[in-house]
Structures are given as C-alpha cells and as structure tokens.
Design a protein around this ligand. Structure first.
Ligand code: GDP
Length: 326
C-alpha cells in the first residue's frame, strides 16, 4: 500500500485528490492547521478514511514531525493562501504561506525522507502579463500579483531542490480549475452561487469586477489526476495542465445565467471594489506535453463545468432554505 501526505487536504484540490488516492488504495495522511472552527465541508464524506496530522506550513518542526509520522511515498503540497485578490492587502502573509512554506515542506522531506516524491502546486498566475500565447512550460514568467510572485518562488525552489539534491520534485503549472467545492470568493463560484440565489429569490444583484479577462477554466476533478500522474513517471519534470480553451468572465456570466433562464445584464453591477490593482488579462494553456508524456485527458468541458456548479449551488441553497423553515 502506498502512502501519501497531502497539505491543503480540506481545500478543493486536496479533497478531490484524497478521494482519488483513497480509491487507488493509498493510505492518505492529511495535514490540518489548528483553528478554533475547523471546516471539513469538502472532506466530510471521507473524513474518517483520512489519517489526520496537525501541522502548520510556516512551522518547519511540525512538518518534520508530519513526514516522520507518515513516512510518505508521495507528498502533495497544495496548501497556500490561494486567492489572488487577497494577496495585495496581505502580501507578507501570502509570502509566508505561498512561497516560504514550500521550502519548509521541501526541507522536511529532504531531512526526514529524501526519497519521497514531491508535488508542488504551481499556478498559471506565474505567467501573469503573458509574453506568449498559449503559455507552455518554456514560456517566461511575469507574475502580476503578490500571489503570482509567491507561487513563482515556490516553483523555482522546487526545481532547485530537484537539481540540488536530486529529489523527485515536480511542479504542476495548473491553469484555473473549478468545481462545486471552489471557494466562494473565486469568480466561477461567486457567479454560480449568485445565479442560484437569484433564481431562488434570495438575491437580486451581483457585484463584479473586470468582465473582459480571459481564463482557461477546467474541472478540478480532472486536474488532480494529472498531479498523481506526474509522480508516477520515471523522471521528475514540470507540466502545464489546462484545457487549451479560454472564455471571458462575460461568457461565464452568460453560460451560468442562461442555464436557469435569466439574462445576466439584468443583475450584474460593476463595482470598482472587485477590480484589481494589476490584472492578468489572458491565460491560455498549451498542455501538449502533459497529454503526450502523462497520457492525461480532460473529461469535463467549460459549459458542463459551469452547469454542474449551478446545479450544486441550487441543490445546496434549497436544502439550506428547507432546513431553516423546519
Ligand atoms: P484568478 O485567475 O486566480 O485570479 O481567479 P479568480 O476566479 O479570482 O478571478 C478570475 C478573473 O475574474 C480575474 O481576472 C478577476 O479580475 C475577474 N473577476 C471579475 N470580477 C470578479 C469578482 O467579482 N471576483 C473575482 N474573484 N474575480 C473577478
């Protein structure tokens, strides 16, 4: 039986990855940060099958202990401050949690069990103000937010540990990936949640920022398979994971609102509070290398993804509404 240690296991990607690895027969350890009100929403259904460890990515001692206890074959480092907009008001915390924390995790592995395979969650935000389109593994980086800058550090320190210490360390450059488990502040989920609330008569407007930015949005459930595939190769390497299709935020609004028979123009209000100090105008990934070398394939397309998210939000809000009447 293989053993995996996942940081960020209660998040969107961590929960899909934990499900996927448990189905494959892995023993899955999940690192959890101590909080007074823990949130297990994404992993409620598998909570008892995960071996829980306490630790904090900014505390090397706790990570060394986590690696010592779990003796993992594979580490998936998914935990971070992952919301771009929050990285301007909290640039230093983002640097601690998204950049330096990667070195902490790599150090814990190097010190305790250097033959562990290591996956780092890198991000298309590293391409930022893109210098070529589509973006691939060889495209130069130009991050546009403290988050993007921090992820770039995490990316290069992973490459550096591979080259310095001969560790099996891979970096997955994942383009935006969404699901019903996406955090509510991200644009896809913000929109699908609002569509469901508007449809059910609980909300009558949606305040948004820049509707013209273009993103390459895929389904998180498909993307976690690519993470695993990277660690099953003979040699460690870095891969872009994307759909190769891009859509504007406006198209996202159209798809989500029209799915429930509404016109987004009747509800959306532009609010400068959601416009960012520096924007990433366009992200479009070329994942040819992942398709060829990993045999990775995409299963869920853009429309299907947004419809899935609207359906899930409708179901959840209806259930909440019902229970509040009891
Ligand atoms: P990101 O690509 O990691 O920043 O993912 P997000 O889902 O947070 O944002 C995607 C794009 O949607 C960015 O270009 C945002 O500027 C744009 N956007 C427009 N309005 C909003 C909004 O109200 N909330 C968020 N999160 N993004 C918005």
């Amino acid at each position: 039986m293989k053993t995996a240690l996942i940081t960020g296991v209660t998040g969107q990607d961590g929960s899909y990855l934990a499900e996927f690895l448990l189905d494959k027969g892995y023993k899955v350890y999940g690192l959890r940060r101590r909080t007074s009100t823990p949130n297990y929403e994404n992993v409620q259904h598998i909570k008892d099958r995960i071996e829980w460890l306490s630790g904090d990515l900014t505390d090397l001692a706790s990570l060394i202990e986590a690696v010592r206890t779990s003796q993992p074959d594979e580490v998936y480092n998914l935990a971070a401050q992952s919301y771009v907009a929050a990285s301007w008001p909290q640039p230093l915390a983002t640097g601690q949690m998204t950049a330096l924390s990667v070195t902490n995790m790599l150090e814990a592995v190097r010190i305790m069990k250097p033959d562990t395979k290591f996956y780092q969650a890198s991000s298309s935000e590293m391409f930022g103000k893109v210098v070529e389109t589509p973006q691939k593994e060889t495209t130069p980086f130009y991050p546009r937010s403290p988050y993007g800058v921090a992820k770039l550090y995490g990316h290069w320190i992973t490459v550096n540990y591979r080259e310095s210490f001969n560790m099996f360390a891979c970096s997955g450059i994942l383009f935006n990936h969404e699901s019903p488990r996406r955090g509510i502040e991200f644009v896809t989920r913000k929109v699908t949640d609002a569509v469901a609330r508007i449809k059910l008569g609980l909300q009558n407007e949606l305040r948004m920022g820049n509707l013209d930015s273009l993103r390459d949005w895929g389904f998180a459930g498909d993307y976690v398979k690519a993470m695993w595939l990277m660690l099953q190769q003979e040699e460690p390497d870095d891969f872009v994971i994307s759909t190769g299709e891009m859509h504007t935020v406006k198209e996202l609004l159209e798809v989500a609102f029209s799915y429930v028979g509404l016109n987004y123009e009747d509800y959306v209000v532009i609010d400068q509070a959601f416009v960012r100090p520096a924007e990433v105008d366009l992200l479009l990934g070329d994942c040819t290398k992942a398709k060829e070398k990993l045999g990775w394939e995409l299963e869920v397309g853009f429309k299907e993804l947004i419809h899935m998210m609207v359906d899930a939000d409708l179901k959840r809000i209806l259930a909440e509404k019902k229970s509040s009447f009891i």
